[in-house]
Every structure is written in C-alpha cells, then in structure tokens.
Design a protein around this ligand. Structure first.
Ligand code: HEC
Length: 257
C-alpha cells in the first residue's frame, strides 16, 4: 500500500484537493525520470541545436547558394524560377486551361480549393476511423495531391532550360568603361551600338557584353561590318578611321589604348 493512500493533503491552500483537468500532472512521483528545465534540459537543447547549426553552416559553405547576377526589373528576357517547393504551382500555370485567359482558375481557384479542403478537413471528415485504408476518400485525395505535386515538380525541372538560365544569370565582372575616351564617343553616337549593348557596353536584353571574348581589333571590325548572329552588319556609318578607333577601344575592354 502506498504511503498516504486514502488521505487528502490539503495543507497548502494553493493545491486543490481534486486535480483540475487542465493542470499538468505532478511528475515528482517519477523520480529519475524528470529533470530541471533550467539548466539541465535547456543545456541539452542548446548543445543539440549548436551541432545542427554548425552542420548547417558547413553545408552552406560546401554547397554555396547558386546565385545569379543582380536582378534587373527592366530586363524582360529573364525567366524567373521559384524555389523548389513552389515548382508544382509554377508548372501548373503552364497548362492551357489554367493559364492565359483562365489564369484565375490556376492561380486562385485550384490552389484555393486544395488548401481550403486541407484547412477544413478536420471539420469535413468527422469519422472515428483512423486507419488510412478505411478512409478511401481522404486517403485517395491525399495520394492524388501528392502524386500530382511530385509529377508537376518533376516536369517543371525537366522543362526548364537550365543551360540558358545559367548563361543568362551568369555573374559578369563589372567593367568601368572610360566614357571620356574617343572610342566611347564613337560608340555612343555611331551605328546605334549603345541602344543594344547598353551605356556601359555590358549588354542587356538585346545584346551580350562586349568584353566577354578577347577579340582583336580586326575581328571586331569584321563583326561590325558583317554582323554576327542576331546583330546586323553595316550599322556603322562613320569613317574608316573612326571604325579603327572604336574597334581598338572595344578590344581594350573600354579602356583608352
Ligand atoms: C540590334 C541590336 C544591336 C546593335 C544595334 C549592335 N549590336 Fe553588337 N551585337 C548584338 C547581338 C545580338 C550580338 C551577339 C551576336 C551573337 O553572338 O550571336 C552582338 C555582338 C557584338 C559583338 C561581339 C560580342 C561577342 O562577345 O561575341 C561586338 C564586338 C559588337 N556586337 C559590337 C557592336 C558595335 C560596335 C555596334 C555599333 C556599330 C553594335 N554591336 C551594334 C546586337 C547589336
């Protein structure tokens, strides 16, 4: 027989004789299985937390975040990609009847129904059954949602042009162009070069940077005269001498010779 059984201890007026339902149990009857929150428990928590924090820091150093160049809101050529956990929604919006004119369906109604149902699930499904195979509707919807999320995420990764994005988002060294040089005067006034290649000659939506390749002045004259890829030739209408100065200026990465 336990000590004190059958007795009521009511010596302390703060301790009610009958246990109130919402007050946590007094664990002092389990000696050895409890510990003080401060400092014992908290110290353990902190030690585990520190291990994870250091591990996580090491991970970020080993695998740095794949950063792209600084965002430019005026650059419409950029194709943004959301973080991985939103890829399925991103992919959803590529399909015909959930994008364009129907974008409200894909962007608001479908996610709204799905997350609304999830939110209301405890009120909609009041059955006592907990085994998943006895709850075909709830389990079926859950598996369907899971499979479609996985499929959509997979598709978005497969369809993304990773190479073009890497090329596009590449971080290029900023070059301080000498805007007082004669070559720059020619660049900014002749043949509308500046309209495509930008006022720092680093390119933009319509053209690449001029300093990526180390062309000789002869090669640059060749490009200006005959064009290259999407750049038409014959834009330059200055003199032969100006063309030479411009080519040398570009070849020297925007620095005076
Ligand atoms: C219509 C827009 C446009 C204009 C105007 C233009 N360019 Fe270009 N430029 C381009 C494009 C696009 C490319 C990339 C061609 C390619 O590699 O397919 C390019 C490439 C170049 C290249 C080679 C860059 C590299 O690394 O391959 C040079 C040099 C160049 N342009 C100089 C000029 C000069 C000088 C002018 C002015 C006479 C000029 N461009 C005017 C669009 C333009």
């Amino acid at each position: 027989m336990h000590k004190g059984k059958g007795m009521k201890f009511v010596g302390d007026s703060r301790v009610p004789a009958e246990r109130m339902p919402n007050i946590p149990k007094d664990y002092s009857e389990y000696p050895g299985k409890t510990e003080a929150f401060w400092p014992n428990f908290l110290l353990k928590e902190w030690m585990v937390g520190a291990v994870f924090l250091v591990g996580y820091l090491c991970l970020t150093i080993a695998h740095p975040s794949p950063l792209e160049r600084v965002a430019d809101p005026t650059d419409t050529g950029y194709i943004p990609l959301p973080d991985w956990y939103f890829l399925f929604l991103y992919q959803l919006l590529k399909y015909k009847y959930v994008s364009g004119d129907f974008t409200v369906i894909g962007a608001v109604i479908m996610p709204g129904l799905a997350f609304g149902a999830l939110l209301l699930a405890p009120f909609l499904d009041t059955g006592k059954e907990r085994r998943f195979y006895r709850r075909p509707i709830a389990s079926g919807l859950m598996i369907l949602a899971l499979l479609s999320s996985i499929y959509l995420t997979w598709e978005s990764v497969a369809q993304h042009d990773w190479e073009a994005a890497a090329e596009y988002g590449k971080i290029v060294e900023e070059v301080e162009v000498d805007t007082d040089a004669e070559g720059y005067q020619i660049y900014s006034t002749q043949g509308s070069c500046i309209g495509c290649h930008g006022d720092n000659m680093m390119g933009g939506a319509a053209a690449p940077s001029m300093f990526e390749h180390d062309y000789t002045p002869e090669e640059i004259i060749e490009i200006i005269t005959n064009g290259k890829g999407a750049m038409p030739g014959g834009l330059f209408d200055g003199t032969e001498e100006e063309l030479q100065i411009l080519a040398e200026f570009i070849s020297a990465d925007g620095q005076p010779e």
